[in-house]
Ligand binder design. Structure first.
Ligand code: B4P
Length: 195
């Protein structure tokens, strides 16, 4: 199996690039943001609990998110591998993911970190907010999402750097330029794995 984490601040292009990666490499997509929005939309107890964190731009508690991921992995054994989009977002989530993958006899091959300047992140999210209807794509909440990222999520990159699994990619080009950089990273790893 080939498992990738797509990592970066809000608006860095994780969701956008995940779609292109799935099309090219046939990996199974797990986006915690999408899974949470589904629960909010269905007004399940988990969704009602998660919504108040998401609406204020805070991270949803680890136990909720880790539980969701565990269930998804159980439901989808085998396959070519997973792309984790927006997960892990805390070091505890990263440790939990390692344990879950060991139980499934697999591991992470790389964490691809998309790097985009803060002004560009805000521009993208404000632009998306005009059409997405997402309650968290507005000025005040965007500020808080970026703050949460700097405080709680950025340290996750160090966790993977220490394992030699961190690949930093410039995410400030066009969608296709960024995808080109991601592709060459993935292709190199796949070549190494088969040689
Ligand atoms: P997510 O759904 O993961 O949302 P996100 O960080 O904003 O990234 P997204 O993937 O949607 O945006 P993208 O960068 O692709 O999380 C939402 C919330 O859920 C979090 O705030 C948190 O509350 C909760 N949550 C999710 N996972 C969690 C976890 N593990 N633990 C705890 N809480 C969790 O794109 C943004 C915009 O930029 C798009 O409009 C896109 O078209 C545009 N864009 C992308 N690439 C571009 C480019 N190269 N040039 C120009 N525009 C570009």
């Amino acid at each position: 199996m080939f498992n990738i984490i797509l990592f970066g601040p809000p608006g860095s292009g994780k969701g956008t690039q995940s779609e292109k990666i799935i099309q090219s490499y046939g990996l199974y997509h797990i986006s915690t943001g999408e899974l949470l929005r589904e629960q909010v939309c269905k007004a399940t107890p988990l969704g009602i609990e998660a919504q108040r964190f998401m609406d204020s731009g805070e991270l949803v508690p680890d136990d909720i998110v880790i539980g969701m991921i565990g269930k998804k992995l159980e439901e989808n054994p085998g396959g070519k591998g997973f792309i984790f989009d927006g997960f892990p977002r805390t070091t505890s989530q990263a440790e939990a993911l390692d344990e879950l993958l060991v139980r499934n006899n697999t591991s992470i091959q790389t964490l691809i970190a998309l790097e985009v300047p803060q002004d560009e992140l805000k521009n993208r999210l404000i632009l998306r907010g005009k059409v997405s209807g997402r309650s968290d794509d507005n000025d005040e909440v965007i500020e808080n999402r970026i703050k949460e990222y700097r405080n709680k999520t950025e340290p996750v990159a160090n966790y993977y750097q220490e394992k030699g699994l961190l690949s930093r990619i410039n995410g400030n080009g066009t969608i296709d330029e960024t995808f080109g950089l991601i592709q060459s990273e993935i292709n190199q790893l796949l070549e190494k794995a088969t040689s």
